[in-house]
Write a protein that binds this ligand. Structure first.
Ligand code: THU
Length: 151
């Protein structure tokens, strides 16, 4: 079941740890066009963490979200067994913001990773201060996901 946690002291350490990794790399977001900082961190069954940031482009539609960056990094290291992903995003305007949740395309991307790992990937979404965190899973975020059924 999805849950919002509005007191960061109530976050379990394994969630906070992954959120912290995501927030760290969000500093490196290439976001010249939107100014929106996003970091993503995936944890695999090996306990390793792989990260990614959003990378925008002068041709706006070419921009890439943070989530595929993190998943591609795990993949490039041959570490396919993704169990959890943390996504942290926001503007640095000091205002309290909603958690950054994965866009539709990213949900489909995370879903594919869950097919590979055979696990319903846990998804932790937060803002830059962790004042509001959504704890959910890819199956809750993308019910009836598209799969290539060759039968
Ligand atoms: N963005 C992500 O990195 N992940 C998402 O799931 C939603 C949006 C990025 C794309 C763009 O660089 C910026 O946030 C504003 O849309």
């Amino acid at each position: 079941m999805s849950e919002f946690i509005t007191n960061k002291d109530n976050l379990p350490p394994e969630i906070t740890d992954l959120l912290v990794e995501a927030r760290k790399v969000s500093e490196n977001a290439y976001n010249n066009y939107s100014g929106f900082f996003v970091g993503a961190a995936v944890r695999t069954s090996s306990g390793k963490v792989y990260t990614g940031t959003n990378m925008e482009n002068a041709s706006f539609g070419v921009s890439i979200c943070a989530e595929p960056g993190a998943i591609l990094s795990a993949n490039a290291n041959g570490d396919f067994n993704i169990e959890a992903i943390a996504i942290v995003g926001g503007f640095k305007d000091g205002k309290d913001q909603q958690p950054a949740t994965p866009c539709g395309r990213c949900r489909q991307f995370i879903y594919e990773a869950s097919q590979v790992s055979g696990k319903n990937i846990a998804v932790f979404c937060s803002n830059l201060t962790f004042s509001k965190t959504l704890v959910t899973s890819i199956e809750e975020l993308l019910p009836f996901a598209f799969v290539l059924n060759k039968d």
